[in-house]
Design a binder for this molecule. Structure first.
Ligand code: DAT
Ligand code: MG
Length: 153
């Protein structure tokens, strides 16, 4: 369906390196629609909730430190198959291994500092859970690009 929503975030490294625009641009270019956006600082509690699935892993504390180390740009994007499409644009988790042409492959060079978060398309309902964690329904805008009929058949 055209109306799937997914959670995306430009991480602190992307914000510090001035790559918010580049990330937004790539998602716009794909024909996805931004329906929410919030420049914010993640606190310890939100970091633990957001990355709860990784609690107990050796990299967890470093991950929490990193994601709270500076502001992020949290977003909700909408489109057909949006969760999986964003993951395709992001590339592999380890930016050193991510394919050129992907956001991580083109802009990153590290496993932890990999610029962008996107909901896991293999984790059923992760997109909706993460959207709810970061956004109030009233912060999301229901709208359509006038060009949508040229993106989708
Ligand atoms: P993704 O961000 O691609 O969904 P993930 O959910 O497995 O990847 O992990 C969340 C973040 O944690 C990831 O973006 C970078 C970091 N991370 C994952 N595995 C790691 C590891 N083995 N060592 C250090 N950091 C890791
Ligand atoms: Mg993940």
């Amino acid at each position: 369906h055209h109306d799937e929503r997914t959670f995306v975030m430009a991480k602190p490294d992307a914000v510090q390196r001035g790559q918010i625009g580049e990330i937004v641009s790539r998602l716009e270019g794909k024909g996805l629609t931004m329906v929410g956006g919030k420049f914010m600082q993640i606190d310890e509690e939100l970091a633990h909730e957001h990355y709860g699935e990784h609690e107990g892993k050796p990299f967890f504390e470093g991950l929490v430190d990193f994601i709270t180390s500076g502001p992020v740009f949290a977003m909700v994007w909408e489109g057909a198959d949006a969760t999986r499409q964003v993951r395709r644009l992001m590339g592999a988790t380890d930016a050193q291994e991510a394919q050129p042409g992907t956001i991580r492959g083109d802009l990153g060079n590290d496993l932890g500092h990999n610029l962008i978060h996107g909901s896991d398309h293999e984790d059923e309902g992760a997109n909706e859970r993460e959207i709810e964690l970061f956004f109030d329904e009233s912060e999301l805008v229901d709208w359509e690009h006038d060009t949508a009929t040229w993106v989708y058949e």
